[in-house]
Design a protein around this ligand. Structure first.
Ligand code: ADP
Length: 742
């Protein structure tokens, strides 16, 4: 036998209780119409015991069932009729008399058995039930507001079944229930607005409520009647899911008794396939309601369910349309603008509107952009770090952030709820929506916990709640929940953003490609032009020289010719530099390992000979080999070392150091000097063609050397950078890929 205790309360098989309520009796027939099960109390209704009819053909009881029509066997025919109609609804209830009292026979299927339940027809309610129901439905559906609809339904059902109290009980997302409408007799305390813990209605009961929409407990004090069966069926308890007489769990009976309820009736309210709530009806004295009354109340409940679904659909549709319009507007912005931050956050419609929220943040491209009511940037960055460590999928939502991320407690009035869409895991990029805290006081009907009692063996048992005294609870750190529509909309927006990002990346790639082509063309152009300019320039120079030497020019003319000559000379030099520069662009790399120490020692030697300062020291440290084009690498070191010497020549003791080292992927050289240094604001342009700083007027040069060095480094997929202190010296670094990684 099943004993509900702490661990199995949720597993109590309430659909196979082995008992029925005793205001009626039950038999179950097998496929051959033999009695497989019978409730023990059958003998109180007909002069046969359960044992006497078990295993007998159902016809044994027919003579005790009086009905208007002839004497022929009718039970089998009724079953066959239901069978051919694919359900017993057209048959139910079948009215008959037993010992002069009117009974309703209700037939249902239970696995391979036919359930035949006989229950009294007695009713003190009005006869014109049908008209009453029609009027109720018309009345219920006249009003627009949800709370009026619920209250009217409660009133109408109270009118149909005549119970002391009818409540509409709505399930919240966490499974707990709230009384959202009530119709009651005067003099009873109102239970409106009270909350009941989820444990009051266990999970399996909710599942059952979705299948069988109504249940009646006619009298909590009536002793249930056991169901007897023959040995063949013993192992198979009869499934009473569809029974109208099913006995309920003793825990539930005790629960009702603790509330002083004598009879209880409830109707399931289903919204989009899920249990939305219940119409819960209580009577404080035993009160049976017959089949037709129950069915009428069920009909009213079903109409309410449809009205709820309809409303819900309508509301959902409105919200969906609003969110969709926002997504459409944002998508248009993304198409128009190249700036994703701007498209998402700076137009009339922003990401905030794509989800039902108070504010939103976009963490993208190393920027935090905010829209609406949000925490500040510092907090959002902290939150991003937390998300990086804790967010598993690509979407995350909570409506109680301070409970999972305590730092959020301080900004709970903007961020008690967050909905997060990840744009990129590597870059830690997100869209985050925020909702404020909704402080609420929940009035519980008794403290929401299941008391445990211990039996004489010390075994823990769940006992139903005994206290329903008002217990108020203040709820903090919680926002309204995110809806499935919010989630759908967030994912849709994320897809649009990803699409825009990849489109932008493609465009950038194309632009880069074009830029490279343009550079190549420019190189080719400057090479040609400088080459072609050489000849006319030589002509200018030669004729100017002839003029100067072969003719007796008056002093003014002579001066002019000399100016032409020096200008042409300068121009020739510049053309040569441009030619050198573009040659590098045009040249093909012939890469091979280069023994560096010899190259550097030769360079040092030449520089020392040419040096204008005899105190010059050049130190060469480690010289790891480099993979590259020897002529170009020579140009790099020759330029950097001669610059180092040149710009330190006015120091008392110029010192130039060159040393190289291996990193895991590169060979890095540093060339340092203790010369004039470079002003910080000049650093970024010293690699530009023809750029020379103001300080170096007294130093000869053209401003092309470093531009060439940079170009060579780029061609080698290497890098060049520098550190410099103005007035103290500079260090230039060059880094080449290592052999093994090239
Ligand atoms: P330049 O022919 O003028 O030396 P570069 O292209 O080699 O041309 O250098 C560009 C500019 O960078 C120089 O004019 C100078 O202002 C600065 N520069 C380069 N190397 C050094 C250095 N070692 N110390 C100080 N300034 C330097």
């Amino acid at each position: 036998m099943f004993i509900p205790n702490l661990t199995n309360c949720d597993k109590e098989p309430i659909h196979i209780p082995g008992k029925i309520q005793s205001h009626g009796f039950l038999i179950a027939l097998d496929q051959k119409y033999k009695v497989a099960y019978s409730s023990e109390n059958i003998s109180e209704y007909i002069p046969l015991t359960a044992a006497e009819i078990l295993n007998k053909h159902v016809s044994v009881i027919e003579s005790y069932l009086e009905r208007g029509g002839g004497d022929e066997p009718f039970l089998v025919q009724l079953i066959k009729l239901g069978y051919s109609a694919k359900g017993f609804e057209p048959v139910n209830p079948y009215v008959l008399s037993i010992k002069g009292k009117i009974f309703n026979l209700i037939i249902n299927k239970s696995a391979t058995y036919y359930l035949l339940e006989f229950e009294p027809e007695i009713s003190d309610l009005r006869a014109d039930l049908q008209r009453e129901v029609g009027r109720s439905l018309a009345e219920m559906l006249t009003d627009k507001s949800l709370s009026q609809l619920l209250n009217k339904t409660a009133e109408q059902i109270k009118g149909i079944i005549g119970y002391d109290r009818v409540m509409i009980y709505k399930f919240h997302e966490d499974g707990h229930g709230e009384v959202v409408a009530e119709a009651k007799n005067e003099g009873l305390d109102s239970l409106y607005g009270l909350h009941y813990p989820a444990t009051d209605i266990p999970k399996q009961a909710r599942e059952l409520y979705k299948i069988n929409l109504i249940r009646l407990i006619a009298d909590v004090n009536a002793e249930p009647s056991a169901i007897a069966t023959v040995a063949d069926h013993n192992a198979n308890p009869l499934d009473l899911t569809h029974s109208v007489l099913r006995a309920v769990s003793p825990i539930h009976i005790q629960y009702l008794k603790n509330m002083d309820v004598a009879s209880s009736f409830s109707i399931s309210l289903i919204n989009q396939g899920e249990l939305w709530g219940l119409v819960a009806c209580h009577n404080y004295s035993p009160r049976f309601i017959n089949y037709r009354e129950r069915e009428s109340a069920k009909l009213v409940g079903q109409v309410l369910s449809s009205a709820l679904s309809f409303r819900q659909n309508e509301e959902d549709q409105q919200v969906s349309n609003k969110l969709k319009a926002a997504i459409d507007a944002i998508t248009r912005n993304l198409l128009r603008s190249n700036d994703i931050n701007e498209a998402l956050c700076c137009s009339e419609v922003t990401i905030q509107d794509a989800v039902d929220s108070e504010g939103a943040a976009l963490l993208f491209d190393n920027h935090v952009t905010l829209a609406g009511n949000t925490p500040d940037e510092t907090f959002i960055k902290e939150l991003a770090v937390w998300l990086e460590q804790n967010m598993e999928g690509d979407i995350y939502q909570t409506n109680q952030l301070p409970n999972v991320f305590p730092a959020a407690a301080e900004i709970k009035d903007t961020a008690s709820g967050i909905l997060v869409c990840r744009i990129s895991r590597e870059l830690n990029e997100y869209i985050i929506w925020f909702k404020p805290e909704v402080v609420a006081t929940i009035n519980w009907a008794g403290k929401p916990e299941k008391p445990t009692v211990f039996d004489e063996n010390g075994m823990a048992h769940i006992s139903p709640r005994t206290s329903f005294e008002l217990w108020s609870q203040q709820v903090n750190n919680i926002s309204t929940p995110w809806t499935p529509q919010d989630l759908r909309s967030a994912v849709q927006l994320r897809d649009e953003v990803n699409y825009a990002i990849s489109r932008r990346a493609n465009e950038l790639r194309k632009l880069n490609e074009k830029l490279r082509e343009a550079y190549d063309e420019l190189d080719a152009f400057s090479y040609t032009i400088s080459h072609d300019l050489k000849n006319p320039l030589t002509t200018i120079k030669s004729y100017s020289q002839l003029l100067n030497t072969k003719f007796e020019l008056e002093p003014k003319a002579k001066y002019m010719v000399e100016r032409i000559l020096s200008g042409a000379q300068k121009m020739q030099e510049m053309i040569q530099e441009v030619l050198n520069y573009s040659k590098v662009g045009q040249a093909k790399i012939e890469s091979r390992p280069i023994e560096m120490s010899k190259m550097l020692i030769d360079l040092k030697h030449d520089l020392l000979i040419a040096s204008e300062n005899e105190n010059l020291t050049i130190n060469i440290g480690e010289t790891p080999p480099i993979q590259g084009d020897e002529i170009m690498v020579f140009q790099v070191f020759s330029n950097l070392m001669s610059n180092a010497v040149k710009y330190s020549k006015k120091s008392d003791n110029p010192v130039v150091n060159i040393k190289g080292e291996h990193t895991s992927t590169h060979v890095e050289y540093a060339i340092s000097d203790n010369g004039i240094g470079i002003k910080p604001h000049e650093v970024h342009k010293i690699f530009d063609l023809f750029n020379r700083s103001d300080e170096v007027k007294d130093y000869e040069g053209s401003g092309v050397g470093l531009a060439i060095v940079k170009k060579i480094m780029e061609k080698h997929q290497g890098r060049i950078w520098l550190e410099s202190n103005y007035g103290e010296g500079s260090t230039f670094f060059v880094s080449f890929q290592r052999f093994d990684t090239v």
